[in-house]
Ligand binder design. Structure first.
Ligand code: PLP
Length: 477
């Protein structure tokens, strides 16, 4: 496809603005451009066609089956977008005086109290701009608490190997040392390894639950007990709450701090990098350390609170406010019962698809999954040479988005499916049928999958080069 600059023809234009009646020339000589700005010159219909052609190359959740799930993009109800676009929310300025943004403070306060209720925490901040940033914030709360309670020497955070990759990264960013512990055979935390790892230097544990294999750890109460008895605190990576809303509360499981990715479970489209917001919830003992700018109810309305013990701001102002508006709209429109049903459907859909596929390809572990499950194509790869990536490319030719590939790292040739709550049985049946026929094709005609996709504009780009040395601008003369 041609660049818009390559379509440009001098003198062709689509703007029909009248000449300005005002004199022009107030720019001092030194500030003027030496050459006129180079803009593409096209007719209106050419511009329209150019962008429509680009649009057609995009595959999104609005096009068809998209098993990257809430972790990347689940279907987000349109009403949440409409509410976030209301001028009273969209056109405010973060420096406006409190009394002029009372409605916005009410949004933050209401969302905080509803989400605290959902996860069993006592206080919440919306300042962090993404999940990893939320982890960073939560670990700083743990650090501040230990400092004030005789635990300054505790410098180790235990991170099971089934954790999300951001957990060890955040641990290291906050100056803690990582103690990695392996998973047991069934994918849960190895309790013996945990018992052996805790000690007087334990600051805490970070647990991704459901873990990256899509499993809810059956020993969760024992896990938090072991860590607390050793004097550490428990961090719950709740980036993805899609499986457990209204069913289980991390606060009741013994966790002291949690982050929720509002851009995953709570309805903000974020595929492609933003915007995000992590809600960091804390138990009472950590509440005073939360970053400032939390909205609180007063006798006359709402106000910002900045606690003197706070770890300080982790982002400008009060976070990605419009993400919070969408989350509140989602929470209020579904209600407690609706959130619970959404999670139940997410789990049901994942298990339905898992059962359809498991006869044809092994899964990473046995038994029921939560909102996602992992196929391992290790055997298939050995037998036929068809890799997880080849199968994913084949899915493109079936008009579906591939699932997450090569994640989690502890499963070889992994394909992780997360269908989410909004897919119908028909869609899941069709998707399963397509994947099963690709698995059969891998055995009968592996060559075909090595050369897939054949229907897309771009087939097999050099993914490393695309990530490391992307060409994102076109050098014009
Ligand atoms: C997505 C995710 C994160 C990281 O969130 P970002 O917003 O991408 O920084 C952390 N933990 C889990 C379990 C996740 O799914």
């Amino acid at each position: 496809m041609k660049l818009i600059y390559e379509r440009s023809v001098p003198g062709r234009e689509s703007a029909i603005l009248p000449a300005s009646a005002l004199p022009f020339g107030g720019i001092s000589a030194g500030m003027k451009r030496e050459k006129p700005l180079r803009l593409p010159e096209l007719s209106e219909v050419d511009v329209c066609r150019h962008y429509t052609a680009l649009n057609k190359q995009v595959y999104g959740v609005n096009c068809g089956f998209y098993p990257l799930g809430s972790c990347t993009m689940k279907y987000n109800p349109a009403v949440n977008e409409e509410v976030a676009a209301l001028p009273g929310f969209q056109n405010i300025h973060p420096l406006q005086p409190e009394e002029t943004v009372q409605g916005c403070l009410e949004v933050l306060e209401t969302l905080g109290s509803r989400l605290c209720e959902l996860v069993g925490m006592d206080a919440m901040t919306f300042q962090p701009a993404a999940g990893a940033h939320g982890e960073f914030t939560g670990l700083l709360l743990i650090k501040a608490y230990l400092r004030d309670n005789g635990g300054a020497a505790r410098n180790k955070i235990i991170v099971p190997d089934s954790a999300h990759g951001t957990n060890p990264a955040s641990t290291s960013m906050t100056g803690f040392q990582i103690v990695n512990i392996p998973s047991a055979q069934d994918g849960s935390v190895d309790l013996d390894a945990l018992r052996a790892a805790v000690g007087p230097d334990t600051a805490g544990l970070m647990l991704t639950n459901p873990n990256t294999l899509g499993m809810f750890d059956k020993n969760i109460l024992e896990i938090t007990r072991i860590v607390h008895e050793a004097g550490g605190l428990c961090y719950y990576d709740g980036a993805n709450m899609n499986a457990i809303m209204g069913t289980a509360r991390p606060g009741d499981m013994g966790f002291d701090v949690i982050h929720l990715n509002l851009h995953k479970t709570f309805s903000t489209p974020h595929g492609g990098g933003g915007p995000g917001a992590a809600a960091v919830g804390a138990k009472e003992i950590l509440a005073k350390y939360l970053p400032g700018r939390s909205a609180v109810k007063t006798e006359t309305g709402y106000a910002f609170k900045d606690d003197p013990a706070s770890i300080g701001a982790v982002r400008s102002f009060y976070g990605n406010f419009l993400v919070c508006v969408r989350a509140l709209c989602y929470v209020l429109s579904l209600g407690g019962k609706g959130l619970h049903e959404a999670s139940q459907n997410a789990v049901l859909n994942a298990n339905y698809l898992r059962v359809l596929l498991k006869e044809h390809c092994p899964t990473s572990n046995e038994g029921l999954c939560m909102h996602e499950f992992v196929l391992t194509l290790e055997e298939l790869h050995k037998e036929t040479g068809v890799s997880a990536s080849d199968l994913a490319k084949g899915m493109l030719d079936c008009g579906m988005h591939p699932p997450t590939m090569y994640f989690p790292l502890i499963v070889h040739e992994a394909l992780m499916f997360e269908p989410t709550e909004t897919e119908t049985k028909d869609t899941l049946d069709e998707a399963a049928e397509a994947v099963i026929s690709l698995l059969k094709e891998a055995r009968s005609n592996p060559e075909a999958l090595h050369s897939a996709p054949v229907t897309t504009t771009i087939g097999r780009p050099d993914e490393v080069a695309a990530a490391r040395t992307p060409i994102i601008r076109c050098a014009l003369d």
